[in-house]
Design a protein around this ligand. Structure first.
Ligand code: GMT
Length: 382
């Protein structure tokens, strides 16, 4: 198949999944065309059958906010025509689903590419609900030829908030390359991250409000009272100063390292003893899956789609959103018992391999594409 993929290139789960999917599909013989305003952050190096098309926009003083959605529609249309795309798969509904719909309208005729929209999270639970986006998000989801959601939770939220019949939405979970994400990585950065042999607690995110990075620091401060440990914060975003302030306030700043953005989080997760994800909302929790694949148990809040990924008491512990003391207790329990840690580490790796490996999930996308290509017109109407 010839497949266009539109995604946000910035540090975040939807762009990571879109990129990994494109690379896996190319590895399976498909021709992949990434379309975005910048190279997706996980798209590095040359790979056969993979192309990147940068959406071009001229600056013009009249535009304080250049109309990216239109420029993207034009790029999708051009790439679809030039390379004879069968299908355009857009990740994160806003603005991609609307741009793809415009591109398909411009194309017209029977050879217009089909559109598959994957819903990732805040496009449904937060951003898409704003009055300025709600109706166009609903319209463009309904105009897609295929709709997928990364968890059952997100499918239900889409039905509840956008009145899209859940039967039209296929749940295809996020996946992981279990060859890259694994425990025994060499070289191991353990000695650099925790030079005195401390336990390593880790958090990876884009430090947005929903991630509650101050709770990550709060949990760490409590754990450190009982267990020699260090907190490694990977990523960056608007709440980094908040996390730094809390670390100062709680007197643990000397035990926290902020590494900034990293593309090779596999190397880092493979040396962690515990992954913390106390988000207030999370449609899936890709970072938790990445940790599990690396054999790192997870302590997280039981919100959204997280329980579909992290099995409470099996690959980690889940607690009510905001319950920092309970999360800290769970973390201490896990880190104090070698046998419990070993059990949960192995279970997490096992779940990642059995249910969320690229080998298992990518063929599900392929057969869904075939279904959509054979299925005819748009799903439903706006
Ligand atoms: O929704 C976001 O904040 C953006 C999005 C992203 O691009 O990082 O994250 C969402 O998509 C990820 C990949 O499917 C999921 O693993 C995250 O759980 C989800 N984030 C939220 O629901 C907050």
């Amino acid at each position: 198949m010839k497949i266009g993929i539109a995604c946000h290139p910035t540090y975040g789960g939807s762009g990571a999944v879109a990129t990994e999917l494109g690379l896996e599909l190319a590895g399976r013989g498909h021709e992949i065309h990434f379309i975005s305003y910048a190279q997706p952050f996980r798209l590095a190096g040359f790979q056969e059958r993979v192309y990147f098309h940068e959406v071009e926009m001229d600056q013009y003083p009249l535009f304080e906010h250049p109309p990216y959605s239109l420029a993207l529609a034009v790029s999708i249309h051009q790439v679809a025509r030039e390379y004879d795309l069968d299908l355009v798969h857009v990740h994160y509904a806003i603005p991609h689903a609307a741009s793809a719909w415009i591109a398909r309208e411009m194309h017209q005729g029977p050879d217009a590419p089909k559109i598959v929209t994957t819903l990732h999270g805040t496009d449904i639970t937060l951003v898409g609900q704003h009055p300025s986006f709600h109706s166009i998000t609903r319209f463009s989801i309904l105009k897609s030829d295929g709709i997928t959601a990364v968890s059952s939770f997100l499918r239900e939220e889409t039905e509840r908030n956008f009145d899209v019949d859940a039967r039209r939405i296929r749940v295809i979970p996020n996946f992981i390359n279990t060859e890259n994400y694994k425990r025994d990585r060499k070289p191991c950065h353990r000695g650099t991250l925790a030079p005195d042999g401390e336990k390593i607690l880790m958090h990876v995110s884009n430090f947005r409000r929903v991630k509650r990075v101050e709770h990550v620091v709060g949990i760490f401060a409590r754990v450190r009272e009982k267990i020699p440990s260090r907190l490694i914060m990977v990523g960056d975003g608007p709440d980094r100063p908040r996390a730094q302030r809390v670390a100062q306030k709680l007197g643990v700043a000397d035990g926290v390292s902020f590494l900034g953005k990293h593309t090779s989080v596999d190397e880092l997760l493979a040396c962690a003893d515990l992954f913390l994800l106390p988000s207030e909302s999370e449609s899936f929790g890709l970072a938790a899956l990445e940790a599990m694949a690396c054999g790192t148990p997870v302590v997280a809040s039981a919100v959204g789609g997280v329980p579909e990924v992290v099995e409470d008491g099996v690959s980690g512990f889940l607690f009510p959103n905001g319950d920092v003391p309970a999360m800290a207790e769970g973390a201490v329990r896990l880190l104090s018992s070698e046998s419990l840690w070993e059990e949960m580490s192995a279970a997490g790796r096992g779940i990642a391999v059995d249910r969320f490996s690229a080998e298992r999930v990518v063929p599900v996308y392929e057969s869904y594409y075939r279904e959509v290509l054979e299925g005819g017109g748009p799903v439903g109407s706006a």
